[in-house]
Write a protein that binds this ligand. Structure first.
Ligand code: FAD
Length: 489
């Protein structure tokens, strides 16, 4: 969700796979351990107990929670696995923070332990007690500050020295901030990345009257939908011409903008922030735009993207184009025995033959599971991810219309929109006759299940038939039939 990136749908995509293969150092072209080494290594695990941790996960977020689950499934967690967290909480499903977490108090907001991983994918709720029961050592509020590759040790902010056997880096991203000199740190200015940020925002919303949201991406759209549920005067400001321009076509964006306006949200499009101003009490009071106008605000939320949290891990090899830590299709970094997963990993996106970083929860979950499986078993199949994005807004009790859309694939080529947003609408992206990407709002579960099949297969589709479809259902049937029926072009 990094705004500065050029790709329309939230992937940071860089170079062809061939360059990736070239830059892998010889020592990382094989598995981190040979099969026999790995067997010995695993058998000798008790030698790593306590002072010498066999497996260490740095970061206690979405990917870390799913990685822990996979260690447990392989019987390799008890007494062997340690997780080092910056936050005070066990891993949770982070997307909830700008959704149900921000509901007003009378609309049953989500709170921990309700959304610990892995409930987001229908799995077990892994509370702090679950980690204890599984014999996983959890270090809370003690971020890693240094890594010594030669000695295989980590240093934490409290001064602990942790020896590891294998290391998984899952430090995610940090929110991009406005500089202090333009008011980016004033009281009343918020960034939402973790529970502490969301709690701080809620305490502002409780007293707020005028809310300004900077950024028309996922965070901006989700926070705005929540702010109007608090019955607050809400304005979204962004420099582009429409909401979520990296995914939405202008036509699709217009539908959502109208829906937001019906819910009371105001828009200031094509607007750049000059600075944020404080009142006489030092608290934020207004936003000044480059065009000279001033918008009053007592609460400001900045949602302008995120950057990979790589500090302290530079030596394992960073990707200079998409940012983050370079890994191969098994999430191995250039250093044997060190892996990176989730938002922070720059990995080969096989389906499009590109290097990408994906800042979405589906990839966090799948990359974690794939990496741990490869680390613990003889599994050598490389990761083959299909980009998937979703959002859910206006889902609180009493909302006139709940919104839930999903997108699979790549938004390249010509976009064909079908449906009148009643509430269904679909957009199909077709490139050289092939269906490359598909977006669906308010589909049935069967319809949503069809989307990944379409985006993965990229069938040749009859564009004219699709354009003439009288309903979303008919368009999806046409697309589905193209999976079986090749179209002559
Ligand atoms: C508010 C919000 C809403 C979102 N909504 C959606 C959505 O609707 N759909 C979607 O697909 N995706 C969404 N995302 C993105 C999704 O949450 C991320 O892709 C996912 O959380 C990535 O998982 P991760 O484990 O890589 O990183 P994170 O979940 O961010 O976890 C990283 C963890 O590492 C910790 N950490 C950082 N540095 C250190 C260190 N040095 N030592 C120890 N710990 C460290 C961090 O504090 C954090 O707890 C949202 C993200 C946010 C912030």
């Amino acid at each position: 969700m990094t705004n500065s990136l050029s790709l329309k749908h939230g992937l940071s995509i860089w170079c062809p796979q061939s360059s990736f293969v070239n830059r892998i150092t010889p020592r990382s072209t094989s598995l981190p351990f040979s099969r026999s080494q790995r067997r010995n290594y695993i058998v000798s695990s008790s030698a790593f107990a306590n002072e010498n941790r066999e497996f260490v996960i740095v970061g206690g977020g979405n990917a870390a929670g799913y990685a822990a689950k996979t260690f447990v499934e392989h019987g390799m967690a008890d007494g062997k696995l340690c997780m080092v967290c910056k936050e005070a909480f066990a891993p949770y499903e982070r997307p909830a923070l700008t959704k149900a977490y921000l509901f007003p108090k009378d609309k049953k907001p989500a709170r921990l332990p309700g959304f610990h991983t892995c409930v987001g994918s229908g799995g077990e709720r892994q509370t702090p007690d679950w980690y204890k029961e599984q014999g996983i050592e959890m270090l809370y509020e003690d971020p890693v500050t240094g890594l010594d590759i030669e000695k295989q040790t980590l240093t934490t902010s409290s001064g602990k020295l942790l020896k590891y056997g294998a290391l998984i880096i899952s430090t995610g991203c940090t929110a991009m901030r406005f500089p202090e000199k333009i008011g980016g740190n004033l009281p009343g200015v918020h960034y939402v990345r973790d529970v502490a940020d969301a709690d701080s925002l809620i305490s502002s919303l409780e007293k707020a009257r005028k809310v300004v949201i900077v950024g028309g991406g996922y965070i901006g759209m989700e926070v705005a939908a929540a702010a109007v549920a608090w019955k607050l005067d809400t304005t979204i400001i962004f420099p582009e011409d429409n909401l979520l321009p990296r995914l939405f076509t202008p036509s699709l964006a217009r539908r959502y903008e109208e829906l937001y306006q019906e819910n009371g949200v105001k828009f200031l499009k094509g607007s750049l922030i000059k600075n944020i101003e404080a009142g006489s009490d030092g608290h934020v009071a207004a936003v000044k735009l480059e065009n000279g106008s001033t918008i009053e605000a007592d609460t400001i939320i900045i949602g302008v993207g995120a950057k990979p949290a790589v500090q302290g891990f530079e030596a394992v090899g960073l990707d200079t184009k998409v940012g983050g830590i370079q890994v191969d299709g098994l999430f191995r970094t250039n250093v044997p025995g060190i892996f990176a997963i989730g938002d922070v990993a720059a990995f080969p996106l096989k389906i499009y033959d590109k290097i990408a970083r994906v800042e979405h929860v589906d990839h966090a979950r799948k990359s974690a599971q794939h990496c741990v499986k490869a680390l613990l078993t003889a599994h050598t199949q490389t990761y083959d991810y299909l980009p998937y994005f979703y959002s859910r807004v206006f889902e609180y009790e009493g909302s006139a219309r709940k919104v839930w859309w999903q997108f699979y694939g790549e938004n390249v080529g010509e976009a064909i929109e079908v449906g009148n947003f009643d509430p269904k609408i679909a957009t199909f992206w077709i490139d050289s006759g092939k269906l490359k990407g598909v977006f669906l709002e308010s589909g049935s579960s069967e319809e949503f299940q069809l989307l990944p099949r379409l985006a993965r297969s990229q069938p040749m589709v009859d564009k004219v038939k699709l354009q003439n479809a009288s309903s979303v259902e008919e368009a999806l049937e046409i697309a589905q039939s193209s999976l079986e029926t090749p179209v002559a072009v």
